[in-house]
Write a protein that binds this ligand. Structure first.
Ligand SMILES: C[S@@+](CC[C@H](N)C(=O)[O-])C[C@H]1O[C@@H](n2cnc3c(N)ncnc32)[C@H](O)[C@@H]1O
Length: 283
């Protein structure tokens, strides 16, 4: 199996992340590479966030998406959410994603789903969006804001590209208290854990960017289910490797298993959760 992830670079960067002096560009690259890997697909399926497309649809409903609404999906991954929103609500979605391979896969998927006229994809950085000021009616960002090294810049960008009266919907991993030490490395960063914020902090980033928070909805159970699923799939993959039915060069199952167990414990202890926050740009 091709993991597409530079494991050595990852290990080196991991030490840096733990030492809190990571190179932001490398972090974004590692994250993008991880989410285009076969492993992400094996462990997460096509939708890379807790709650899957049902939660994406919930976000679409909360943002009143519909035909003619211009939507930006920031950190769109392989386009699964953008395509689903276009299909379900008939809105026009632009997906911006750091990883070039993911952008190409998303464009292909939109074509295959027959919604290429509604969903298109661009490579870009959430902290420096190319879109002009006020060019979208709604912006979504699912399970990615917590991975942006400069969250203040990203929040300012979400607000900038919204028209006055436009709405933003974030869904993201939340934490209560400090992150356990074994969940602070690069793998944990990529898994959206290492820099997860308390729920109030997401609201603060949006407010400081000039947006008015409208609604907060907690979906912790969806995170518990995702972590459980990942643990089961990891066990399955490890068994297949032992039976020599799956090739997984460079994959450290001990590390992945330890992290998944620590994540499951932390979710059970309510140290991690998942939430939606919506906000509006004043008219
Ligand atoms: C957990 S995945 C979520 C993908 C998608 N939003 C979903 O929910 O299926 C995180 C995504 O954020 C992307 N990403 C990370 N940093 C980014 C940045 N600065 N700008 C754009 N995309 C970024 C990664 O490449 C990855 O595809």
């Amino acid at each position: 199996m091709d993991t597409d992830v530079d494991v050595d670079a990852g290990r080196a960067a991991r030490a840096d992340v733990t030492g809190a002096s990571v190179d932001a560009a490398n972090l974004k690259l590692c994250c993008a590479a991880a989410y285009t890997s076969d492993w992400a697909r094996l462990l997460l399926g096509d939708s890379f966030h807790p709650g899957g497309l049902a939660l994406t649809e919930r976000l679409g409903t909360l943002l009143s998406l519909g035909p003619g609404v211009r939507v930006l999906d920031v950190a769109a991954g392989k386009g699964t959410s953008a395509i689903h929103l276009a299909r379900t609500f008939g809105c026009a979605v632009v997906g911006v994603e750091y990883g070039g391979d993911a952008v190409a896969a998303a464009a292909q998927a939109a074509e295959a789903a027959g919604v290429a006229h509604l969903a298109r994809f661009e490579q870009g950085d959430a902290e420096r969006l190319a879109a002009p000021d006020g060019s979208f009616d709604a912006v979504i960002c699912e399970c990615a804001f917590c991975t942006f090294p400069d969250k203040r810049a990203a929040a300012a960008e979400l607000a900038r590209v919204l028209r006055p009266g436009g709405r933003v919907g974030l869904s993201d991993l939340t934490r209560a208290g400090e992150i356990p030490a074994d969940l602070r490395g690069l793998l944990a960063w990529i898994a959206c854990i290492a820099d997860a914020q308390p729920l109030g902090e997401y609201q603060r980033y949006l407010t400081e960017a000039g947006l008015a928070v409208k609604m907060v909805e907690e979906h912790d159970a969806a995170l518990g289910e995702l972590v459980h699923d990942i643990r089961m799939k990891l066990m399955g993959a490890e068994l297949l490797v032992k039976l020599k039915k799956l090739d997984a060069p460079g994959v450290n199952f001990d590390e992945a298993r330890t992290m998944a167990r620590a994540a499951a414990d932390a979710v059970r202890a309510k140290r991690f959760g998942y939430a939606i926050v919506t906000a509006a740009k004043p008219r």
